[in-house]
Ligand binder design. Sequence first.
Ligand code: FAD
Ligand code: EPU
Length: 338
Amino acid sequence: MALQHDLDLTPYNTFGIAARADRAAPFRNADELRGLLADPMVSGNPLLILGGGSNILFTQDFHGTVLRNEVPGIAVVEEDDTHVRVRAGAGETWHEFVLHCVARGWGGVENLSLIPGKVGAAPMQNIGAYGVEIKDTFDSLEALRIADGEVVLFSKEACAFGYRESFFKREGKGLFVILSVTFRLNKEPVLNTSYGNIQEELAKKGITEPTIRDVSEAVIAIRQSKLPDPVELGNAGSFFKNPVVPTELVDRIRAQEPDVVAYPAGPGMQKLAAGWLIERVGLKGYRNGPQGVHDRQALVLVNHGGATGQGVFALSEHVLRTVKERFGVELEREVNIV
Ligand code: FAD
Ligand code: EPU
């Protein structure tokens, strides 16, 4: 694969931030990737593995090589009467993979419909939505170790998934390239319609006995009603995580703000809705030039046109500071800052 030089990254990040990479190349399999890693222009220099660019903020040009994951293929690796194990190439589009499963009646990923990005990035932050995370159907993944080019098989335990967390975001950061992910899906799906307004959305359509396709469509409709489409308004989804804090802190906030939104998160801990906190400090819909807080979902920062990575980062600092001052809660960024 020939290296491209001085690549414009604007089309490769859903924030639509203008940044450039010194070098870039796509790869479709482990051999192509090994070939690129052995290139003297590449080895020893900074590397960035890029999927759909939907969870990344470029705050500067990238002085290294961007390797664009285009590993294809979806295949059944094992099947019995009740379950199917399916391997997806890391370069497959996540939502296309979900639709592939829904069309075949394989349950387990339908609540994760319409999440942007590629399959290979899904384990990075254990993507989640509407009461489901990929760890719930995850079987294993294959990743190439950058140091020696070996392909290593990771079990679910080895991935150490947590809320928007995994081994690959922490200890394994920058050490592996995920090549494929295998899921174990259910041919006799157990639906999860308890989260948010899925039930409401189904009732609107008069559906009383939903299929996985109905759940997928309900999730798509809810997402489209609140999350901005990156094609129209640049963004990277939730910019911050929902913070997990001690119950005493939630109680202190509730004493002043009885409608604070919090969910149980293990003994003595609760998860606060960061979108609620940001809205309550008055920043929902706030704009600082072309950088803004979305007016329908305060957890999402947006590019109104011509935003810079530095500008979005500065806005995120302002949000962090304001929430901290008002509620004593430390928000953490979810988006990968480059
Ligand atoms: P990228 O942004 O390309 O990369 C993300 C990180 O993973 C980078 O650090 C990159 O270096 C690394 N990486 C990517 N691919 C590989 C690989 N093959 N091997 C090793 N490292 C790799 N996320 C949720 O969890 N839930 C949601 O509901 C959700 N909704 C969203 C809605 C919108 C409108 C948007 C724009 C984003 C949303 N996201 C959500 C965030 C995002 O879609 C996910 O994090 C997604 O998995 C990112 O995939 P990507 O291919 O775009 O990753
Ligand atoms: N809320 C507000 N104001 C807002 C936004 C939210 O008050 O501006 C309140 C809502 O009313 C609701 C609560 O906060 O009571 C939760 O809101 P929502 O259901 O929209 O979900 P979220 O917690 O804001 C999380 C994920 C999303 C995921 C949705 C649905 C994180 C960081 N974000 O958002 O993931 O799609 O739940 O499950 O956990 C992403 O990671 O990029 C992402 C979009």
